[in-house]
Ligand binder design. Sequence first.
Ligand SMILES: [Zn+2]
Length: 171
Amino acid sequence: MSTETEKLVSFLNTWSVSNSTRQAQEVLHDESALVNFAMEHFQSDSGESLHDALSFRNLVREMLKEHDFTVLNTLIDEQIKFEVHAIENKYALKPVALKNSMTANLLIIIVQLAQEQQLHRLKMCPDCQYVFFDESKSGTKKWCSMTKQSESGRACGTIAKVRTYRQKNHS
Ligand SMILES: [Zn+2]
């Protein structure tokens, strides 16, 4: 996973469900928490309100859940332009933010993943709603704990896997 993708995944998981208490946790609970996050990951202020940052995050999470890119395309239309740049003797179409903000930069990371045909790897676990980047060869992982050796101690997908196993062996 690239550093850029890591930033995106960290941002999308600033809202998560606690593994131990099963309660929702909000990292970006006030303006100063947003500034801290932006400084840590982008070495600058976020350049936007907490409200705008949260609504962007929630829209992207919703997009991953519903596999619906309508809102994403609207955001691209509003916040990004494309320029041709020379990269090592080749010319490439590069997304550029119209107004510099943290979420515009995160949006560019999403666009670049789409350009590299890797966006399908950005997923939300249907069990715990944790966002992860599926680095498997096939790119068909469904649950978070199947990508990492359960660093978080989650066992997502276990119930579904057991069900599938039983169905296969009792038919
Ligand atoms: Zn999970």
